[in-house]
Design a protein. Structure first.
Length: 654
């Protein structure tokens, strides 16, 4: 009688090693397939990662696989090796890495019409490339593998270079991944790329249902697709022969995952290209400091685009000191909105804060209405007449009297996008005004419809959060108003100035892309801050060099690398004690190979009733720090009721 085959199965659980199961007669599952099997009495879906002849020592009973989920493997050898690299790099389990690579859902073939490529459409005439674009394209196409950075001012034609590099790569028989940071940018990318690639284009993003995402994933794996477009997770698109990864707006924090495994799409893209002998092209008008430093060192080849190509010029930028103004919109900004609409053009207003107002407080004693679950103020949403926590989602009714002193003198401070929208509608009742944020566009059809209406000129003023800040090309926009430039400075994070500078340059770049008359108004209470001064004057390289000098002095990235360990739990004392115990263990394990900062309360100390403490590990010799941290963590047993988060190369320290 033949003995059952043994397989190792990895689950989306924080397990240090895969578990061993037997394949009963009649059930076949190759390496790379999904199976259903019991874990501690509960059926779960896992991934077959190896076959084995010998069971683990001491294992008395080997449970059977209950069901094979796939007729053929979902993951090939290269994908499994990438998952193993991720598990090591981001200190997670192999199953957690594989789960991040595969979209959920049952197999489905239908895709909604709006996200399908345009079959049967004529390919539009492509514009003539500038000399700088020609040079960049020829450099990219001259090699089979390598890393490039397309550093171009806003409106300089980076997308056209991406498109032509993709077309030539596909002509050579290799696949292309085009990454964008926001779902809002996929619609524009699909519109441009579908004219060339038609039904050989796949869209991979969370705006699709899980079944639709899995269907697109299967199309890529089965060779029905030449180009895959999407945000962060599209970096895992399963091309058999990947030739090119394009990463637009490389500096954007959305490329970093906020859940396990906390991977960065840039690092995954670099690894896929290096292992698969493919070309990586990143691009932005405002590179991350990490990328800028690599360009300085020669590790990244810089390709510069210095001029706008569609008849536009860089906009004039005016800074307004809000200490002299009343209300959220300055006199200068209101006058410019009126003049812009009178001239038949459009305006974008940017504010990186949702809701009507962000602070509900007592004017008598200073009491602030905070979330009952988190150590943050709640935001008033007037449309819903609710106070909402943007961290845990808790809601409450607005208070009518102060719970501390009983005063009836309570009210709002600060403005969110909802409040600005009301102010604009009251000031300009005849204008078509639309708002784009996660509250106003809960369905992907709403976002797409709003952006198309604005592109067609049916909306006069578009206001929103980061969704309108970068990448989008609206030729009718003459004016951009940055309602409050200071929001990013208030965050206790060493990247605050870099993020603010990048956002200002990117948002300003939406103005004057087609005609040389664009104008930007930056409203701020800190007009002398270097990030605002240098953004206004276009002194990008000077800002980067000054910021790098500060980072080097303070020993922060890109001159060191970080690992952040966060412990969270309902019991504050238990969490604090566990963080102290972890710090002792890590300090002993790391020795002199790096610094250990903390433990300390996180800047946002409580989220969803969980108290949060963190450690920050820092070193110039990252490989040694990483190895010793992994070894130390193997000795740490997280107490029941607590959770340990491991964030390698954190993008936020909140």
């Amino acid at each position: 009688m033949a003995r059952d085959r043994l397989v190792e199965v990895a689950f989306n659980l924080p397990l240090r090693t895969p578990l061993t199961y037997r394949l009963p007669e009649g059930i076949d599952a190759s390496v790379g397939c999904r199976v259903k099997a019991a874990v501690r009495g509960r059926p779960m879906t896992g991934f077959v990662v190896a076959e084995t002849d010998t069971p683990p020592a001491g294992l008395e009973k080997i449970l059977p696989v209950e069901k094979a989920m796939d007729a053929k493997p979902l993951f090939d050898v290269a994908a499994l090796e990438l998952a193993r690299w991720m598990a090591g790099a981001y200190i997670c389990s192999l199953g957690e890495a594989l789960a991040a690579m595969l979209p959920g859902g049952k197999r489905a073939r239908e895709l909604e019409e709006e996200d399908s490529a345009g079959e049967g459409e004529e390919e539009p005439l492509r514009p003539t490339l500038s000399a700088e674009q020609e040079n960049a394209l020829s450099r990219i196409l001259a090699v089979r593998e390598g890393s490039f950075y397309l550093f171009g001012v806003t409106g300089s034609g980076k997308t056209e270079v991406y498109l032509r590099a993709a077309r030539e790569t596909v002509a050579r028989g290799r696949g292309v991944i085009y990454l964008v940071p926001e779902i809002s940018l996929t619609h524009q990318a699909v519109r441009i790329f579908s004219g060339v690639f038609r039904d050989r284009l796949a869209v991979l993003h969370s705006g699709l249902t899980p079944s639709q995402r899995l269907s697109e994933w299967h199309r890529v794996r089965d060779g029905e697709v030449d180009v895959a477009i999407g945000p962060r997770s599209a970096v895992f698109a399963p091309f058999g022969d990947l030739g090119l990864i394009l990463m637009d707006e490389e500096q954007d924090g959305a490329y970093k995952s906020s859940s396990t495994p906390r991977y960065h799409a840039r690092q995954v893209a670099q690894t896929r290209c290096a292992r698969g002998k493919a070309v990586l092209v990143m691009g932005s008008a405002t590179p991350s400091l990490e990328a800028w430093q690599k360009m300085r060192e020669g590790a990244l080849t810089r390709l510069s685009l210095t001029e706008r190509i569609s008849g536009g010029k860089m906009p004039r930028i005016e800074v307004v000191d809000m200490k002299r103004e009343k209300g959220p919109l300055s006199v200068a900004l209101k006058e410019e909105i009126s003049a812009t609409v009178r001239s038949g053009r459009q305006a974008i207003l940017f504010l990186n804060r949702r809701g009507f107002s962000y602070l509900f407080h007592c004017r008598s004693c200073g009491f602030e209405m905070q979330c009952r679950n988190c150590s943050v103020s709640m935001t008033y949403h007037k449309e819903r007449n609710l106070m909402v926590c943007h961290y845990c989602g808790a809601t409450a009714s607005p208070m009518t009297e102060c719970p501390d002193c009983g005063s009836l003198d309570v009210g709002y401070s600060g403005y969110g996008t909802e409040g600005i929208e009301e102010d604009v509608r009251m000031s300009y009742p005849s204008l078509a005004v639309s708002r784009v944020d996660t509250d106003s566009v809960r369905r992907k059809t709403e976002l797409r419809g709003t952006l198309e209406d604005f592109h067609a000129g049916r909306i006069h003023v578009l206001l929103g959060t980061q969704m309108v800040a970068k990448g989008l090309d609206f030729p009718g926009v003459k004016l951009v108003g940055i309602v409050m430039a200071d929001t990013g400075f208030q965050l206790p994070d060493f990247r605050a100035a870099e993020r603010t500078f990048s956002l200002l340059v990117q948002v300003a770049g939406r103005a004057g892309r087609a005609l040389p008359d664009g104008k930007v108004i930056i409203q701020t209470y800190r007009p002398g801050h270097p990030a605002i001064v240098m953004a206004r004057e276009g002194r990008l390289e000077e800002f980067y060099e000054a910021e790098l000098a500060t980072r080097k002095l303070l020993r922060f990235p890109p001159f060191t690398r970080l690992i952040r360990l966060i412990l969270r739990g309902r019991d504050k004392e238990k969490t604090e004690q566990a963080a102290s115990n972890l710090a002792v263990l890590v300090r002993a394990g790391i020795g002199n190979s790096g610094d250990v900062l903390g433990p300390a309360e996180c800047p946002i100390a409580v989220i969803a009733r969980n108290h949060r403490y963190h450690l920050l590990l820092r070193s110039q010799d990252f490989s040694v720090l990483h190895r010793r941290t992994r070894e130390a963590l193997r000795k740490f047993h997280t107490p029941p009721g607590l959770y340990l988060e491991i964030d390698v190369d954190p993008q936020s320290l909140l």
